[in-house]
Design a protein. Structure first.
Length: 286
């Protein structure tokens, strides 16, 4: 009986170490995920890199691995969906600024807020929100805080800020009526891309008549089942499907990135960090 108990303890220890090593691997490496979207509204095809939830992580020294992968992709545009920094008990930013400086020197970059960027407005961290935004703009990055940017005659990118209450733990209600339309103006004749950090409000995004919504925030569900269900999100939603991948709601497509980092819960299992590539394709009008 004692030998059986010892074997069980030993197997448990081996299993736990294996899971910890796997989690470390998934946090410190990333995979490139490709999506293709076609629309009659798209007049010129574009290759977009979408970055979200880096949380001050670094893939190799000075993020060389991430930069090399983006260079191999050679995107027309880099869209940044927020939470590149970590604002918690301390400000994690040292890996972010060099990365963004190098990206913005080569590519058109458009940045929208996540909940961590918005926390800078609390002004407790030696760098306030206005200063951070100015640093981004000085790099040539287009910073969208409830603003829109026309890429060309028929394509527009919108950055939506979500108020603090929408990031509270277990929040599941829809946005307040008219929330999106009060903050950004959407011309339905254009192909509209919405950067809205939380994927939770997918129906609201679809009702606003955007064509593509890009989100992150849920870190792929932390531990993800093969069916795509995440065990837990940073807002303590359990067994949630809105954690990763491409979802279609009405005429809108939502792409949810698993993100490139973690913060408070430093675990990833079956949830590799993601570099996302979106190929926008022209579709002939019928």
């Amino acid at each position: 009986m004692k030998n059986i108990f010892s074997k069980i303890i030993g197997l448990g220890a081996v299993g736990s170490i294996s899971l910890l090593l796997r989690s470390f691997y998934e946090r410190k490496n990333f995979k490139t995920v490709q999506y293709s979207i076609g629309s009659e509204k798209i007049e010129s095809e574009k290759k977009i890199v979408f970055l979200t939830d880096l949380h001050n992580n670094s893939f190799g020294k000075n993020n060389e691995k991430l930069l090399a992968a983006i260079e191999d992709i050679s995107p027309d545009l880099v869209l940044i969906g927020g939470d590149m920094i970590t604002v918690k008990s301390r400000l994690g930013i040292e890996n972010v600024l060099p990365l963004l400086k190098r990206l913005s020197s080569k590519y058109k970059c458009i940045y929208a807020n996540g909940n961590h960027e918005q926390r800078l407005s609390e002004n407790k961290f030696g760098l306030n929100y206005r200063q951070y935004k100015q640093i981004m703009e000085d790099m040539g990055i287009v910073y969208l805080s409830n603003k829109s940017y026309d890429l060309d005659d028929n394509m527009c990118v919108h950055g939506l800020d979500l108020e603090r209450k929408y990031y509270l733990r277990r929040f599941k209600k829809p946005l307040d009526p008219g929330y999106i339309n009060k903050r950004i103006s959407i011309d339905e004749s254009k192909f509209n891309i919405l950067l809205a950090h939380s994927p939770l409000f997918v129906k609201d995004y679809a009702d606003s008549h955007v064509d593509l919504a890009l989100a992150g925030h849920f870190h792929g569900g932390t531990i993800r089942f093969p069916c795509g269900v995440g065990v837990m999100t940073p807002q303590f939603h359990f067994f949630n499907r809105l954690v990763v991948g491409m979802k279609k709601v009405g005429n809108m497509v939502q792409i949810i990135g698993a993100g490139l980092g973690t913060h408070s819960i430093n675990i990833r299992l079956n949830d590799m960090s993601e570099l996302i590539v979106i190929n926008l394709k022209c579709r002939n009008k019928s």
